[in-house]
Design a protein around this ligand. Structure first.
Ligand code: QV4
Length: 474
């Protein structure tokens, strides 16, 4: 279940973190489809507890499998899936199979109006009762398999996926989403569940819905959240054959490199050479909704120049199943998504360049990022050739004779003739500008008969990347 069922030559997923279904439907039609995005990872769809101040993470505390959250209800969800599929954009749902909510006193009411008594492990909306959960215990040793898989991750009531009843409810929930036309799932906290139980659940799922354009016998795409920095007792290798696995080492290493802690020249062997999973099993990202909130090596929108360079490399180098993050602005771990006085999530608003303005960051609408989604589509099925570096933090490489990328992360200019491997002609750098009505609004590069062109990236240029490809020829 490693096939994401992309349409045509598309190949990048965007995580529209905390967006409403109606806004995603609109975004598929007006932006993602036309720009060649392959799919959207959406926030959890099933009913959750309501936490004070409405932090984003309340959605990781389910109450029932009713499809009502602050992103919308079942009808709006179904409408979004259909409209996105109609323009060739797949929907992948973030699903919580590991647990229900954490401790909340007394009877609580969820986002869909369902009551529950979390402290008693009572979730009548499903229904689940205490016998469907593992006994309560705390994870204190992350290298103790029993604790990681049978105790409670931050106090979240831990479902027993070996039970027939729990399995049947989880399968019913996932099948309902498949019926509505989704292409697959991000499995939250997969590491906290035994891989044998997940294998049973995944293999029991229905095929994708042919009424939504999926071929007969298509299996749902699965990507599992397993954080494995290496040397962990519960490792990514236990899950990688069941579906793709989030490759956190990719996120850490790319952050390290573009923060200047590791010379870019070493990226020549990027991928399995760095101890990452095989390409087809690795879900790759510069940052995700969790690690963008931690200090440390990982880059996020707050370091835009480095972030754009790292993203350009991510999307230009042929390794992994790529996902880009689309965030809302945050100050701390608990900052809620943009919301109004009634605590309703607000829709993104755009300026005349298409950038988001009202608290949504929308990295996917940054030209330097969506242009690289187009680059990745244009160079699909080509290899890296013609690697060049200056022995330090200036690099360039070709993707066959279809695309060329150069990066300067040194504090001095990159100015020289380089082999672009492209056919003779003039190309528009899709990072500094766009090709509009046949003319380029940014830098242009003239490539000679031998494939060479003069490349200039000043150390104080707005962006440290230059990207050329055959679909942006002047
Ligand atoms: C608090 C204490 C705990 C205590 C608990 C019990 O901190 O020590 O045991 O009370 O009373 C929120 C709060 C958290 C609180 C918890 C329970 O932040 O302080 O615990 O609720 O009330 C998201 C957030 C969490 C949030 C959780 C549930 O990141 O902060 O917790 O949602 O709302 C490991 C895992 C990995 C996991 C990662 C965060 O291996 O699987 O930690 N990542 C996924 C998601 C992540 C999500 C969860 C798992 C849980 O990507 O976003 O956590 O679904 O690495």
């Amino acid at each position: 279940q490693h096939n994401p069922h992309w349409w045509g030559n598309r190949n990048t997923i965007v995580h529209l973190f905390e967006w409403k279904w109606s806004d995603i439907a609109q975004e598929c039609e007006s932006f993602l489809g036309p720009r060649g995005f392959a799919g959207v990872q959406v926030s959890p769809v099933n009913e959750n507890i309501i936490a004070a101040g409405r932090p984003w993470w309340e959605r990781y505390q389910p109450i029932s499998y009713k499809l009502t959250t602050r992103s919308g209800n079942e009808e709006e969800f179904g409408d979004m899936v259909r409209r996105c599929n109609d323009v060739g954009v797949r929907i992948y749902v973030d699903v919580l199979l590991n647990h229900m909510s954490g401790d909340f006193d007394g009877v609580v009411v969820g986002t869909g109006g369902t009551e529950a008594e979390p402290r008693m492990k009572s979730f009548p909306g499903v229904p689940y009762s205490a016998q469907d959960f593992h006994p309560t215990c705390e994870i204190t040793d992350w290298n103790d398999r029993f604790q990681v898989q049978q105790c409670e991750l931050v106090g979240l009531k831990d479902l027993d996926q070996s039970s027939d009843w729990v399995r049947s409810k989880l399968i019913e929930f996932l099948d309902h989403l498949i019926e509505l036309g989704v292409a697959g799932f991000r499995v939250d906290a997969a590491k906290h569940m035994a891989s044998e139980d997940l294998e049973y659940i995944y293999s029991s799922l229905s095929n994708l819905n042919i009424d939504h354009g999926f071929p007969h016998n298509s299996r749902p795409f699965i990507f599992q959240e397993v954080i494995d920095h290496g040397h962990e007792t519960v490792s990514r290798d236990e899950y990688k054959d069941l579906g793709a696995v989030t490759e956190f080492r990719f996120s850490e290493e790319i952050g390290n490199a573009f923060r200047g802690n590791n010379a870019l020249k070493w990226l020549q062997s990027w991928g399995t050479g760095w101890g990452f999973l095989p390409s087809g099993q690795a879900l790759t990202f510069v940052d995700n909704h969790d690690n963008q909130r931690d200090a440390g090596a990982v880059l996020n929108y707050k370091s835009p120049k480095q972030y754009k360079m790292a993203t350009a490399f991510h999307l230009a180098y042929p390794y992994g199943i790529s996902r880009v993050m689309s965030s809302f602005a945050f100050d701390d771990h608990d900052t809620p998504p943009p919301q109004d006085a009634q605590e309703r999530i607000v829709s993104p608003e755009f300026d005349e360049d298409g950038a988001c303005v009202n608290g949504w960051i929308c990295e996917h609408r940054w030209r330097q990022i969506y242009a690289m989604v187009g680059f990745k589509n244009a160079v699909r099925d080509t290899e890296v050739t013609g690697w060049w570096d200056n022995g330090d933090n200036q690099i360039s490489f070709c993707r066959g004779n279809k695309g060329f990328l150069a990066i300067n992360n040194n504090l001095y200019d990159l100015s020289q003739d380089l082999n672009t491997c492209l056919p003779e002609g003039t190309y528009c750098d899709v990072i500094s500008g766009s090709l509009i009505d046949g003319s380029c609004t940014g830098k242009s590069v003239t490539v000679n008969e031998q494939g060479y062109g003069y490349i200039h990236i000043g150390s104080d240029d707005f962006d440290g990347v230059l990207a050329l490809h055959v679909d942006a020829r002047v």
